[in-house]
Design a protein around this ligand. Sequence first.
Ligand code: AMP
Ligand code: ZN
Length: 114
Amino acid sequence: MADCIFCRIVAGELPADVVARTPRCLAFRDLDPKAPTHVLVVPVDHIDHAGELGPEHADMLAEVFDTARTVAEGDGVAASGYRLVFNVGDDAGNTVPHLHLHVLGGRPMAWPPG
Ligand code: AMP
Ligand code: ZN
């Protein structure tokens, strides 16, 4: 999708602080981090949000979660703990319509989120 900012980051048309890359996904640091570690893991192929996922996305999702663990280990937060979040829709605060898994860590986080 030509007008999607995360598709443009995947294509290398927009800059990003990339921390991991696999055949099906890319991980880069969030521009406005909400925790010391705040990385977004996105699929290379555009999909709007987690509500669109189906069985055909199983391989891609396995790679997204595998990459999230690699990122957490690389940032040294795997042992202290981290949060994985998919926001879907307005009430969840979803702002970028390209699926992205937030990897948040490096500080204690409240539950439930505000
Ligand atoms: P969400 O609210 O779940 O849609 O999350 C979108 C996230 O993307 C927010 O945390 C933004 O700070 C982040 N974001 C938006 N534009 C960029 C960008 N160009 N590079 C990195 N992160 C971005
Ligand atoms: Zn996209």
